[in-house]
Design a protein around this ligand. Sequence first.
Ligand code: BT5
Length: 273
Amino acid sequence: MIKTPITENFLQNALQTEVFGRGLVEIRERISSTNIRAKKMALAGAGEGTLVVAESQTAGRGRLGRIWHSPPGLNIYFSLILKPEIPPPRIPLLTLTAGLAGSSAIGSLIGQAPSVKWPNDLLLQNRKIAGILAEMDIKDSRVSFVILGIGINVNLAEQDLPPDLRNQAGSLLISTGKTWDRTEILASLLGELERYYRLLCQGRYDEILGQYRQVCQTLKTRVRFVQQETVIEGTAIDVGQSGELIVERAGDGEILYLNAGEVSSLPAEPEEP
Ligand code: BT5
């Protein structure tokens, strides 16, 4: 039984957007994945800003075939259809833009801004509270649409998590000791997403990257990057024009531009005696 469900009425009253969540909105009690549903709707012609929200997902997806744990009634799971008219090499910036918007919206509501672990995790007190999954559809070598899916742990307690996630996942409740109104958070997040998405579509990439660098905790730290068979260790020095992580490799100092892998932190190198 969901105590305070997310309803379209409440959402429309709280929303301050022009496009996101203003056209077609589908709110489901249970769904396989909001990304899968939104993709179906996009293929059937649904427009930009179409929103799918679910109270629970039976096959919530992360990147690279991973699972997004999606218990009912506690969290926010949603997907937006986007049709960004930006050059294809800039599309990965969407994920970073969403991370920035998430950090800004949650920070203003709860008074602690989550940091972003490159590229797509929002962390509070070093625990992952949200993940972002952007999936694009390409037709005739053009991006026809992008499904931007976001999951945020709101009122989830540690015991609601599977044991393997208990040390690494968090929620707004775990960090603040308070339960939060999910509709208010969703509305505020959609507002920030729309605001930053406009900047992106206006080509204001440097502004977005500048702000992203401020909240990205991966920069200036030692990292291990893993992508299939490739493992690279070094220092993350910057984020590039397409959202790639720029790493100075340990040992030979070579500068590498890394995409779409998994990054973990390494302890800082001991100071020279
Ligand atoms: C992500 O993937 O972080 C993207 C998650 C996107 C989820 C949203 S929910 C709405 C929309 N519909 C979908 O089907 N998906 C999107 P990735 O970076 O691959 O992280 C996945 C990893 O995060 C898992 O392997 C777990 O270690 C961890 N994880 C899974 N569920 C979690 C949860 N609820 N909270 C925190 N960490 C979790």
